[in-house]
Write a new protein. Structure first.
Length: 403
């Protein structure tokens, strides 16, 4: 059906705009009037030449999903039918990719599918965790509550993710700038000094000669250096894409002296937050653990969670297998054990997640404050060393002249 863009006013004079599908302009106009809107502008939407080119379309972000879940929760709580609520949110969606997905979900629900079944057809937007929680909400008649929990969960998970990215990005950016500055000095600055030193007619001091040799190598082989870096990055990506490579690199990340501890705290926060949300929403424990394992983001953690799932299937507790690894601290295991014993596992998991969210905040702040002077020391030492090496012959000549 054709798509129309519209601009209208509410009875209170508030301006609204959006898009809707209708067989013709007359039907589109009547649909808007039924919503008590005064139509100011209505016209067919121009065709998108890149509509069928997937990589040209905007990606659906977590922000889009959070806004949708919160607004949809409010609409369900107010008694609005599912299809009508989804259609309204589809019209208001700024992201056209997400708008198209919501319209397809609306058609599927209208055709007899459950909301969870309709969302499952779009795994890149609604993952297993989201779909299973929605299914639990539909069965239990608490879909509005589930949507609120999902919105809160996604917001906290995104905050945790951004903290880790920030902690990792800062040193990488500084190191990249340092390498770029050193490369520029070696390729463009050092040759000027080398030409000047060639007129001295004397052997250069060893540090100066080393820097000159490095400069000659960089100038003569810069294209090979760049190709080598690209090749190493490509091979590392290919290696990580293999099962063995993924396991080795994930294990290495958890064993890193500084970042490893931060990643472990993040893993505990994510595990407890996700599992607590699913259990409190009525998802069976075995299904919850399987989804948590798939969304862990680390092969080592995935294996640990599957071990927990296997032990529960055999009648054991969650705490027993968790105590046998080094990722989950003893305090976490004990709190989970208490939660299982008292029947308040979901509440205990949420408390652990909140505690470790704060731990991650503190760890990121400490890491940043520690890395700043170390990176500045490295940057200053590297560039300062180059400068001193280039001035050594000048100092030597000045001493000879003074003598």
């Amino acid at each position: 059906m054709p798509v129309y863009t519209w601009v209208a006013e509410t009875r209170k004079g508030r301006k609204l705009k959006g898009e809707l599908e209708a067989a013709d302009e007359r039907i589109a106009m009547s649909q808007l009037k039924r919503r008590n809107l005064t139509v100011k502008k209505l016209k067919p939407k121009p065709k998108d030449l890149f509509a069928n080119v997937s990589f040209m379309q905007p990606k659906v972000t977590n922000r889009d999903i959070v806004i949708f879940t919160r607004q949809f929760s409010t609409m369900i709580d107010a008694g609005l039918p599912l299809v009508q609520g989804i259609n309204i949110l589809a019209e208001q969606a700024e992201n056209k990719t997400f708008r198209g997905i919501l319209k397809q979900i609306s058609k599927d629900v209208e055709g007899g599918s459950t909301l969870a079944e309709a969302m499952k057809k779009h795994p890149k937007v609604f993952d297993d965790l989201f779909v299973n929680l929605v299914a639990a909400g539909e069965v239990g008649g608490i879909l509005d509550t589930i949507m609120r929990r999902l919105a809160t969960f996604i917001e906290k998970a995104e905050k945790l993710k951004s903290q880790i990215k920030g902690a990792m990005t800062y040193p990488i950016v500084v190191m990249a700038i340092a390498v770029l500055v050193i490369a520029v000095i070696l390729i463009f600055v050092i040759p000027v000094f080398e030409d000047m030193f060639s007129s001295f007619g004397k052997a250069l001091p060893m540090p100066t000669q080393i820097v000159v040799n490095m400069s000659r190598f960089m100038k003569g082989n810069i294209h090979w250096v760049i190709l080598g870096i690209i090749g190493v990055v490509f091979l590392l990506k290919r290696f990580r894409a293999t099962k063995k490579g993924r396991r080795m690199t994930d294990d290495l990340f958890l064993r890193l002296p500084i970042f490893g501890d931060l990643l472990k705290k993040t893993a505990v926060a994510r595990f407890t937050r996700t599992l607590g949300t699913m259990i409190s929403s009525g998802v069976p424990i075995l299904d919850s653990l399987e989804i948590v394992a798939k969304t862990s983001g680390n092969v080592i953690l995935e294996e640990i969670i599957y071990e927990v799932r296997g032990s529960i299937a055999e009648g054991q507790t969650i705490a027993e297998p968790l105590s046998e690894n080094t990722v989950f601290p003893g305090m976490v295991v004990q709190m989970i054990s208490v939660g299982e014993a008292t029947g308040a596992l979901d509440t205990m998991l949420e408390k652990i997640a909140d505690f470790y969210d704060d731990e991650v905040d503190a760890a990121v702040a400490a890491l940043t404050s520690m890395l700043e002077p170390l990176l500045m020391l490295f940057l200053g030492g590297a560039i300062g060393g180059l400068v001193v090496a280039m001035y050594l012959p000048i100092f030597t000549m000045a001493g000879a002249v003074a003598g």
